[in-house]
Design a binder for this molecule. Structure first.
Ligand code: TXA
Ligand code: MG
Length: 338
């Protein structure tokens, strides 16, 4: 299959592919998604095949407006209030669905579904022109970092999908906050740009202790390590309160070739000759560029160890640390011998 690149000017052609039951990757403010008509079971099943994703992991239903959600789910007053406040934007909301309204290929057989309206005009136009909401998992191969550019998508999906709508690099860089409103107590299942303190303004209580989503992301047993967003090299996190030069000394003594993924201030202290990737100047740029950085080191198979800068896990820092922790399989400096 030939994978065609589309732009805003050719969005109608991309929409036609979706109507034909084909897969088209789409830009959002968080990461690029892999789109298929959410009401076409055959098309939805192709998404799992293209990603190499277990089919019991449910998919987000991506919409262009709030009213579309009412076709599929019970939009509670509190859900509506949050949608009006944050949509279009990086907040995904899990709701109880109307029985039979969505196929098990979308929901993984759950009585709930996740809904999201991305802050990207080209994608909302794509959805409107296609006539139906689209499922939208991140457009990476399963287990790899989410794509934040059309080029990342092409790298993983070339020949596997019909098209990619290119609208430049994603602005936020990590996936949306997932808020579960289907039960008695609201719960953040995945931290993102819309953080706990913002949500606390609208919700009396928010559970934050279940920062795992989906069957293949949850450790099967306590203490079992799991990896996600995993580059080929071992990532080791250097926490924000830890002395970076000490970590570099340790890495220099390690027989493995290492690289450094950090902001410019930290990179200024790295000795010449070490492969580095800049995360810009602050937490916002680090979050935006994190996945690109992890992918960068995959292009350097000689490097088998990456020291990655940690941040204070507050606000956006919670989202950043959640992703880097997964890519590191929980490994922090100082590393205890195996
Ligand atoms: O920012 C984003 O949300 C991106 C962009 C493309 O929109 N999408 C994204 O999708 O991150 P995905 O599939 O990579 O992650 C969605 C997560 C999965 O871990 C899935 O298990 C979980 O949402 N999920 C979906 N429906 C759910 C449900 N009904 N209950 C609990 N978790 C659900
Ligand atoms: Mg994903």
């Amino acid at each position: 299959m030939k994978t065609t690149m589309f732009t805003r000017a050719t969005v109608a052609d991309a929409a036609q592919l979706l109507r034909n039951g084909e897969l088209v990757a789409f830009p959002t403010e968080t990461v690029y998604g892999l789109g298929a008509d959410a009401t076409n079971v055959t098309a939805v099943k192709k998404v799992y095949a293209a990603k190499g994703r277990p089919s019991d992991n449910p998919l987000i239903v991506t919409v262009a407006d709030i009213d579309t959600v009412r076709r599929f789910a019970d939009v509670t007053p509190v859900a509506e209030r949050l949608m009006r406040k944050y949509w279009p934007g990086p907040l995904t909301i899990i709701l109880n669905i109307i029985p039979g309204a969505l196929d098990a290929a979308v929901t993984g057989g759950l009585p709930t579904a996740a809904f999201r309206c991305p802050d990207n005009a080209a994608t909302r136009e794509l959805i409107k022109l296609s006539g139906n909401p689209i499922v939208g998992p991140s457009a990476n191969l399963s287990g790899k970092p989410s794509p934040t550019t059309a080029q990342h998508v092409l790298h993983d999906m070339d020949g596997r999908i019909a098209g990619i709508l290119d609208d430049g690099p994603a602005r936020v860089g990590v996936e949306s906050t997932i808020l579960d409103l289907s039960g008695d107590t609201p719960a953040i299942l995945r931290p993102g740009y819309v953080d706990e303190s913002m949500l606390a303004a609208d919700l009396q209580t928010v559970n934050t202790d279940q920062h795992h989503v989906g069957a293949n992301e949850t450790p099967k047993a306590p203490g079992m390590k799991y990896k996600h967003y995993a580059p080929d090299a071992q990532v080791v996190i250097v926490d924000h309160q830890v002395d970076f030069p000490a970590a570099i000394k340790w890495a220099q003594a390690d027989p493995r070739a290492f690289g450094v993924l950090a902001t410019d201030q930290v990179l200024a202290t790295v000795p010449a000759g070490v492969e580095t990737y800049s995360l810009g100047t602050d937490l916002a740029s680090a979050t935006r560029d994190l996945f690109a950085g992890l992918r960068y080191f995959d292009l350097h198979p000689d490097i088998s160890l990456v020291l990655a800068q940690g941040f204070d896990p507050e606000g956006l820092g919670a989202a950043y640390m959640n992703r880097i922790n997964k890519s590191a399989g929980g490994e922090h400096f100082p590393v205890t011998a195996p």
